[in-house]
Design a protein around this ligand. Structure first.
Ligand code: UD1
Ligand code: MG
Length: 430
């Protein structure tokens, strides 16, 4: 589409009361700014982000996930504010969609509807339940004449509940000509982008407003709003999965990151947390389990299991208090209380209760490779690097420090002693 996108992300985010730049605070696992860039990419191939505060952190975070975003450093010392942010920015196309980096809930479909309207200025407004903090819309004869910021509004203006949502489309020519006309004679001593509405009206330019959904266009300025936006995003994510056939028990207790994929016949029980880029197919994830950046297919996991990043679990049963990290398990049963890290475990293998892969020697991590149909007795330690071939039996309580050949028994128990009547001698009872 022939539109450029400019995302404002230079602000200090003072109201967040945080050392992390506001636009990097996460909603459903991903920084607010990533959500908005994702949407922008569906609409344009010319995307610009305005940065200043903690700009190295902001740029690094964006570049880790996106290519083709141009960064501009705002001259905040001389031109602070949302208007100052756009000064000197050169874009490719004749129309410019301006977005704020603190609006993670807006969708590309909603933004797309702005692009159909031909006008020098298109702005977004909504009727706010609580207008505090938003710029108030001054209307006359059904036309938006100006925007008055919260801090500049008088008592009457503060009562207006139609507010500026903060998304605009400008004609590039109008924008370039008008930014120099802004001044900072206002309560915040800043160059307000919102003052362009009055300038457009004064110059007889066409100004059109679109009524948008309050929830989706919510701007995040505080931690309370961050929590509210998280709840809204989570409800959307879970609703979408349920509509596609996933069963969720008490969905309000479940957390799922925005990039998770859950497909086929899945049951997700209460208290489950699915974090990062997980793919879960035809599986049952039981109460209070945590799954991080892993793939799970035709398997059951939990209750109270933790599957840490880079695990691939297929046709497997993982029971309670089992932790799996960076491991490939195919056709395995690990029913209780185990740590399986940096391992590969093959079909038909049974992992007894209390099995531990000792993967770390204090300096490096090592692998544990276990073949098919291995029976691992309870309380086994596998000191990595170690390889157990197919059809091996490991006796309960064994500390395995050497590779085991196909079909063998591995046992290192010391002989059991029985001393009759020892109890009575020891405690001198009778
Ligand atoms: C802004 C609007 C307000 C609107 C609201 C919608 C202005 C003056 N006010 O207020 O009318 O109702 O959004 O959510 O535009 N930023 C910069 N450089 C700056 C200052 C801010 O890039 O110098 C960026 C911020 O990083 C942020 C965005 O602009 O992503 C909006 O700034 P913010 O301070 O949140 O503006 P609001 O007070 O919410
Ligand atoms: Mg804001």
């Amino acid at each position: 589409m022939n539109i450029s996108v400019v995302i404002l992300a230079a602000g200090f985010g003072t109201r967040m009361k945080s050392t992390l730049p506001k636009v990097l605070h996460k909603i459903s696992g991903y920084p607010m700014l990533h959500h908005i860039i994702q949407n922008a990419q569906n609409l344009s191939d010319d995307i610009h982000a305005i940065v200043y505060h903690e700009k190295e952190k902001v740029i690094k975070s964006v570049e880790e996930s996106f290519k083709n975003v141009s960064f501009h450093t705002q001259d905040v010392k001389n031109h602070s504010g949302t208007g100052g942010a756009l000064m000197g920015v050169k874009v490719k196309y004749d129309r410019v969609l301006v977005l704020c980096g603190d609006m993670p809930l807006v969708t590309s479909e909603e933004l797309g509807s702005f692009l159909d309207i031909k006008s020098d200025v298109v702005l977004s407004v909504f009727k706010a339940k609580n207008p505090t903090g938003y710029g108030r819309i001054i209307e006359k004869d059904g036309q938006v004449k100006a925007i008055v910021e919260q801090k500049d509004a008088d008592e009457e203006e503060k009562k207006i509940d139609i507010v500026n949502a903060g998304v605009y489309v400008f004609d590039r020519q109008f924008l370039e000509n008008s930014l120099s006309k802004l001044n900072c004679n206002n309560a915040q001593n800043e160059y307000y982008l919102t003052d362009l509405i009055k300038i457009a009206n004064d110059e007889g330019k066409s100004v059109k407003s679109i009524l948008v959904n309050e929830q989706n266009f919510m701007g995040i300025n505080s931690k309370t709003q961050l929590a509210l936006a998280e709840k809204i995003m989570q409800d959307k994510i879970k609703q979408n999965f349920m509509d596609n056939g996933v069963i969720m028990r008490l969905p309000e207790t479940i957390y799922i990151d925005a990039k998770a994929k859950i497909e086929g016949e899945c049951v997700i029980e209460n208290g489950v947390s699915i974090e990062g880029e997980c793919v879960i197919k035809n599986s049952h994830i039981k109460t209070n389990s945590v799954i991080e950046d892993s793939e799970i297919e035709n398997s059951s996991v939990g209750p109270m299991a933790r599957i840490r990043p880079k695990s691939k679990i297929t046709n497997t049963h993982i029971g309670n208090f089992v932790e799996v990290k960076k491991s490939i398990l195919n056709g395995v049963k690990a029913g209780h209380l185990s740590y399986l890290g940096d391992s590969e475990i093959d079909e038909g293998t049974n992992v007894g209760c209390g099995t531990i892969t000792c993967n770390y020697d204090g300096v490096k991590k090592h692998k544990t490779i276990i073949g098919k149909n291995v029976f691992i007795g309870s309380d086994t330690q596998l000191v990595a690097p170690v390889k157990i071939e197919d059809d091996v039996i490991i006796a309960a309580g064994t500390c395995v420090t050497k590779d085991a050949k196909k079909g063998s028994l591995v046992i290192n128990r010391s002989p059991l002693k029985m001393v009759e009547n020892f109890y009575y001698k020891y405690f001198k009872k009778g």
